[in-house]
Ligand binder design. Structure first.
Ligand code: ZN
Length: 296
């Protein structure tokens, strides 16, 4: 029997509940297409949001093939955050297949787009590789979360402001690290095609190995070409992660005197505890590897 006493207890309990942080089922469900975007969303959304990434840490969005379970993730999301600029070629079909009513956001809206990068069509999608661009992503994400959950406006504004301050500090830190590298040494050979915005923002030149496929393991003949190029263009360091044979790397180092750089992260974060578990740690890791390889 429902008595007046029960009702009073009920409303008191409700009042107490509303003062607590949102329950899991009340959180705004946000789906980001890959790990770097998910990190941005977590920083802005805080505990009002439940954030998932379609392409998780250590996974390559370029070769990603959506599974049936991913359509369900899209269908369940209230907000979907994408990079755009052709990065998620699989996304339109996935959204259609899911029947999702989610708000779909392009986080690069407003960014000055770089043209021409290998493998992605006309625009270079790797805009997050400059911390100044990351500010644009974060502002777009803040506005999207606010539109989807107006009651969280103050929280999203405060979280975004705090994170934007950290991004500004990161940007200054990278610029300072580059300034410490002699100007004539700010050049590397890299098989990554992901650092165009980094080059534009920070002035480290990423030179592709000539006549070498960036997809496959380079052959001994490719390595001979790379050696000629390093000598001719006087390049101080190489980041050639798809050469897995240490003897080939040793040969490059011995014959050219170029330094062999460590691993750079471009399109995905690592797991927690790895070298690049967050965007800020990824950028710090990369500039540290570049500085180590280029400081004379
Ligand atoms: Zn890429």
């Amino acid at each position: 029997m429902l008595t007046r006493r029960h009702l009073l207890i009920g409303s008191a309990a409700l009042a107490a509940l509303s003062a607590l942080p949102a329950l899991a089922q009340d959180k705004l469900k946000v789906l980001a297409t890959f790990s770097i975007l998910a990190d941005f969303v977590r920083n802005v959304g805080g505990d009002r949001t439940e954030v998932a990434a379609l392409v998780g840490s250590n996974n390559d969005a370029h070769v990603y093939a959506p599974a049936p379970a991913d359509a369900k993730k899209v269908a369940d999301a209230k907000v979907v955050i994408t990079n755009g600029l052709g990065f998620e070629g699989w996304m339109t079909r996935l959204v259609q297949a899911s029947g999702s009513k989610a708000m779909i956001i392009v986080a690069t809206k407003g960014i000055a787009v770089r043209r021409a990068a290998g493998g992605h069509g006309d625009s270079d999608p790797h805009a997050w590789q400059s911390a100044a661009n990351a500010n644009v992503y974060v502002a777009n994400i803040r506005d999207a979360l606010t539109a989807a959950d107006p009651a969280g406006a103050d929280a999203y504004r405060a979280h975004a402001a705090a994170y934007l301050a950290r991004l500004d500090a990161l940007d200054a830190e990278v610029k300072q690290a580059v300034a410490a590298i002699p100007a004539d040494r700010r050049r590397v050979i890299s098989t990554h095609d992901a650092f165009g915005y980094f080059q534009q923002a920070y002035g480290i030149e990423f030179i592709a190995p000539q006549g070498v496929s960036t997809e496959a393991e380079p052959s001994a003949r490719d390595v001979a070409r790379i050696i000629t190029q390093i000598k001719r263009q006087k390049i101080p360091a190489v980041f050639l992660e798809n050469i897995t044979d240490p003897r080939l790397m040793q040969r490059i180092a011995q014959e050219t005197g170029a330094r062999i750089g460590g691993k750079l992260f471009s399109d995905a974060l690592t797991e927690e505890g790895g070298e690049a578990p967050s965007y800020i740690e990824m950028m710090r890791h990369n500039i540290k590897q570049i500085s180590l390889a280029l400081m004379s």
